[in-house]
Design a protein around this ligand. Structure first.
Ligand SMILES: [Zn+2]
Length: 592
């Protein structure tokens, strides 16, 4: 292990799972547990639970589960040592980086040096926007767009001058290694000859912060007629377009407080809304919204309001984005701004109240799509059939069956078509949707499934009892029941539980720290959520279970013996029959 075991225990004992999960999921207390919408699968009703006593989380929907560390790993998609370090930082626990494996250390160093570098470059750009003749143009531009000094200050807007080597020579002066410099994406190799030149020239610069306020990258808007008008940093080890939302670092608290977030497209849309006090806003920066984006936002707000321009490009963008939200089962509203407005121009012209009033009228996704289809196809019989054909695709994307049937009914009523007919169409589309990934949506990486093994449910129950009542463990050991387990997997888990000191401060946490692999952690978490309070004589129940498992094991052993004897006799056909018969017997025992 790269981080000493006692450090891991310290991290786990100091951290609080409710505190850790709350950073990503809105939790509500219910009884002893907390519940929220699972960040790992799409759902409308909370089945994701956190138990503060046991310091574990478990999703009843997708069976994700584990402790604070596994949550951080899974949520951020990072390795175990990275997650440990992240939690350690949060709780001011010092972890030596000496023992980390070289490759990982390298990776962490690369990221840290890029964040440091970006921060310095942000300083250069924002220094250059101050009262200097060269940046008069960009200051004038910001003024014309109505940006206040506070906004410019808060979001650290800057200026990249109209030269080829502002950043190149800054890097030279700072003795930045070529590798780090190139990695930052801020300089590019010259097409002819040697050397490098600045990527951003004569542009208004927007630093792009990650959720922790670290500078992940930059965007720049031209100050002359060159193309493209807007340009962002390329993907780097610290800048991932599919995860970063502009402004979330500043908006997150307000998103939580209001339970909703406006999603706009550009820098100025964001800045104008923010400046007008609509602070629960993020900008997608023209990148197609991804499942990652939506899942990150879900941790801050239940309702998402997509704000679009009413031109064709805006409508098409809306149609594209909607799919992700429908699939994730998010309460999504579509706000199409009237006239030729974008969020920036609208709020600048009409003000905050007008914008919010319009937002209150925002359509649901289905209302929006239906309206769009009706505008296109009209209300003739043929038209209505076409509308149905269009809508069924979206309805089929809804994973929540209850919600889907609500919409089916609504659609049937609106189109005046028999509900059964609508349902049939949607069913067809549903089958197609779920056998083939839509090309618009990147396929989800196959999650690693633990190897499926045949096991007796009784074995699992014994494990759960050991977890909840470590005082039962001595009798488990005495009966040697673990040796009789049919499942090798459960046998290994049982050994880990047995090896955990029964007087551990929090037994389940201690066991969890011993198991590796997501599958096992999830299993432990799900067993830890079982409730034995209704079991009257626990000791007796455990004994019955164990005896049963041992009895089955004896039967299996007998089977093997008879198999060997038969094989020795050389009558293979008979062996097969016998085997089948015995297997059925054992199967019945397992099922009984
Ligand atoms: Zn889940």
């Amino acid at each position: 292990m790269l981080i000493p075991e006692e450090k891991i225990s310290e991290i786990l004992n100091t951290s609080d799972i409710v505190d850790v999960v709350s950073e990503a999921v809105i939790l509500k207390k219910s009884g002893r547990n907390f519940f929220g919408l699972c960040p790992f699968h799409a759902e409308k009703t909370p089945s994701f639970s956190v138990n503060p006593d046991k310091q574990i989380f478990h999703c009843f929907g997708c069976s994700a589960g584990g402790n604070a560390l596994s949550f951080v790993m899974k949520y951020h998609g990072i390795s175990f040592p990275e997650a440990a370090r992240m939690l350690a930082r949060k709780y001011d626990i010092v972890v030596e980086t000496r023992d980390i494996d070289p490759a990982r250390r390298k990776e962490i160093q690369v990221k840290e040096s890029l964040f440091r570098l970006n921060k310095k470059v942000m300083g250069v750009y924002s220094g250059l926007i101050q009262d200097q003749p060269a940046s008069r143009g960009v200051r004038g531009y910001l003024e014309r767009r109505g940006m206040t000094r506070e906004t410019i200050e808060q979001f650290k807007l800057g200026y990249s001058p109209d030269g080829w080597d502002t950043i190149v020579s800054f890097f030279r002066k700072e003795k930045i290694t070529r590798k780090v410099a190139v990695n930052s994406g801020l300089i590019l190799p010259r097409k002819q000859g040697n050397g490098y030149y600045d990527r951003f020239r004569n542009r208004l610069m927007f630093p792009i912060f990650d959720i922790n306020m670290q500078v992940a990258g930059f965007g720049g808007r031209v100050m002359d007629e060159s193309m493209p008008k807007y340009m962002n940093s390329p993907e780097t080890p610290v800048y991932s377009k599919s995860r970063i939302l502009y402004g979330l670092h500043a908006a997150k608290q307000e998103c939580r407080r209001q339970g909703k977030v406006f999603i706009v497209e550009g820098y100025f849309d964001f800045l104008s809304l923010y400046q007008h006090g609509i602070k629960n806003t993020v900008a997608s920066l023209g990148t197609a919204l991804t499942r990652e984006h939506v899942r990150i936002l879900k941790g801050y707000a239940g309702r998402m309001i997509l704000v679009f321009d009413s031109d064709d490009a805006g409508i098409n963008a809306a149609k594209r984005s909607i799919q992700i939200f429908v699939k994730e089962g998010i309460d999504t509203r579509i706000l199409v701004l009237p006239g030729k407005n974008d969020p920036d121009s609208y709020v600048m012209e009409k003000g905050k109240e007008a914008f919010l009033a319009l937002a209150d009228e925002a359509k649901t996704v289905m209302q929006f799509l239906l309206q769009l289809a009706m505008d296109t196809h009209g209300s003739s019989v043929e038209g209505r059939i076409k509308i149905l054909d269009e809508m069924k695709v979206y309805l089929a994307m809804i994973r929540d069956a209850a919600l889907r049937s609500l919409y089916v009914r609504e659609l049937a009523e609106t189109l005046n078509i028999d509900e059964k007919a609508v349902l049939e169409k949607v069913k067809d589309a549903y089958v197609r949707e779920n056998t083939r990934q839509s090309p618009l949506i990147p396929a989800r990486e196959e999650e690693q499934q633990p190897e499926q093994q045949v096991s007796d449910p009784r074995e699992k129950q014994i494990l759960a009892m050991m977890l909840h009542h470590p005082e039962l463990i001595p009798s488990v050991v005495e009966k040697n029941v673990v040796q009789a387990f049919y499942s090798q997997h459960f046998r290994d888990l049982a050994q880990k539980i047995i090896q955990t000191p029964a007087d551990s401060e929090n037994f389940i946490t201690a066991v969890m720290a011993k198991v590796e692999g997501t599958g096992d952690q999830e299993l432990i978490a799900s067993m830890a959520m079982e409730d034995f309070s209704g079991t009257e004589d626990l000791g007796k129940t455990a004994e019955i279970l164990m005896d049963r498992v041992i009895k089955i094991k004896k039967k299996t052993d007998n089977l093997i013996i008879s198999k060997i004897i038969s094989a020795e006799k050389g009558c293979d056909a008979d062996v097969m029959d016998l085997l089948k018969q015995k297997q059925q017997e054992i199967q019945q025992l397992h099922n009984s």
